[in-house]
Design a protein around this ligand. Structure first.
Ligand code: NAG
Ligand code: NAG
Ligand code: NAG
Length: 220
């Protein structure tokens, strides 16, 4: 390992240690816009927060503050749309798909296109592949639950509620080209950067054009 590489990995360790995620308690009840009659918190969108563009002099990402959208897979046959990604829009003015927390299903749900036509609230989870832990709906039993966290820095609670799982709230965000499921528009795909999330072919923590970010709940 070169001195430069050691320098970078020390820097990464210092940055990672700076924020401590502490999981929120009480199911949906401690999340914004909770209604105790329905057991539902929301709707909100999620937004890109503190994205780090390490190649820009000011570290700024062009999609900082952008919200989520649903990008679906087209299915064969007549059962229609069954699964898809919760990604981030490529332009801040595009329509968002609302998200909520539902105590009855003990999960996060997104209002997404479903079946042949129409929209439904579907559970959103994180796919259970360490290097491809993507935010999705329509996953089977092999998935990680979304959990919500407060961030503490030097013991001080930071503003906002952040999405993650298993005490990790750092996500990789990478632009994807448009497809039929995204109405032809590019979008930003999110994957959780947990243990063993390095690229299996080269061991790199991030892929080309991928950035580190947090994602935060925003009131819509
Ligand atoms: C990151 O910074 C580089 C260099 O300034 C720029 O070319 C690139 O578009 C930026 N990416 C984002 C997502 O802001
Ligand atoms: C999503 O995760 C929840 C736990 O939060 C689990 O109960 C549920 O079965 C998962 N759903 C899917 C579709 O993977
Ligand atoms: C998350 O961190 C808490 C302490 O803050 C710890 O008690 C818990 O075991 C951790 N969970 C996981 C899955 O690492």
């Amino acid at each position: 390992m070169s001195l430069l590489a050691i320098g970078f990995s020390l820097l990464a360790a210092v940055e990672a240690a700076a924020v401590v995620p502490i999981q929120t308690t009480g199911g949906c009840s401690n999340l914004p816009l909770y209604d105790s009659k329905t057991g539902i918190a929301g709707p909100w969108t999620i937004t890109v927060d503190q994205c780090q563009n390490t190649t820009a002099t000011d570290n700024a990402c062009s999609m900082e503050g952008f919200g989520n959208r649903a990008v679906y897979f087209l299915q064969q046959g007549d059962t229609g749309i069954e699964k898809g990604y919760i990604g981030i829009v490529d332009r801040i003015d595009r329509a968002k798909n609302p998200l909520r927390c539902n105590d009855a299903t003990d999960s996060f749900e997104a209002n997404v296109p479903s079946g042949v036509s129409g929209y439904e609230w579907k559970s959103v989870n994180i796919s259970d592949y360490p290097y491809s832990a993507v935010l999705m709906w329509g996953l089977g039993e092999y998935s990680l639950p979304i959990q919500t966290y407060h961030h503490y820095q030097d013991g001080v609670k930071q503003d906002g509620i952040f999405l993650g799982s298993h005490n990790v709230t750092t996500w990789g965000i990478q632009q994807q080209s448009g497809s039929a499921g995204s109405s032809g528009n590019p979008y930003w795909l999110l994957r959780l950067l947990g243990p063993n999330s390095e690229n299996p072919s080269n061991g790199e923590p991030l892929s080309d054009g991928e950035y580190r970010t947090f994602i935060r709940i925003d009131r819509s």
